[in-house]
Design a protein around this ligand. Structure first.
Ligand SMILES: [Zn+2]
Ligand SMILES: [Zn+2]
Ligand SMILES: [Zn+2]
Length: 139
């Protein structure tokens, strides 16, 4: 897994730094999206807030992670699939928030539905967040 993380950083022309390695590893290990606060907690005060913030910004710019909007304004970050590159995100899938455990997931196999917009309007991006109960919480 470490090798894979190094490859991702190299492909994005990023220097290999401890914070980038560590934070990217967290995204690889977790099936669900992470917030700034989650990362702070999981890295156990290893990095300060600014370092985490900057690392996340860099990852978003480089097409490594994408942002998921949530209703309570806490930004969630999730790992991108391979098609994303610097300045070009193609994360046109539905996101799911579990009302029971709070997990935020990328449903890569569920495409965002097509929307017929009003005449004269153009669409740049469609964000779909579905709320419900995840598989783990159904049992
Ligand atoms: Zn992306
Ligand atoms: Zn759940
Ligand atoms: Zn996603």
């Amino acid at each position: 897994m470490k090798h894979e993380i190094v490859e991702i950083l190299k492909n994005s022309q990023l220097h290999i730094t401890e914070n980038r390695l560590k934070i990217l590893e967290l995204f690889q290990k977790n099936a669900h999206a992470l917030s700034h606060a989650d990362i702070e907690k999981l890295t156990g005060k290893l990095f300060d807030r600014i370092t985490i913030y900057r690392t996340l910004q860099t990852f978003v710019e480089k097409g490594i992670v994408h942002i998921i909007p949530t209703s309570d304004n806490s930004i969630m970050y999730a790992l991108c699939k391979e098609e994303c590159s610097e300045g070009h995100h193609h994360d046109d899938h539905v996101h799911f928030i579990c009302l029971q455990c709070g997990a935020t997931l990328c449903l890569e196999d569920v495409a965002v539905p097509e929307i017929k917009i009003r005449k004269g309007f153009s669409i740049n991006e469609i964000e779909v967040v579905v709320k419900g109960i995840c598989l783990d919480c159904q049992q």
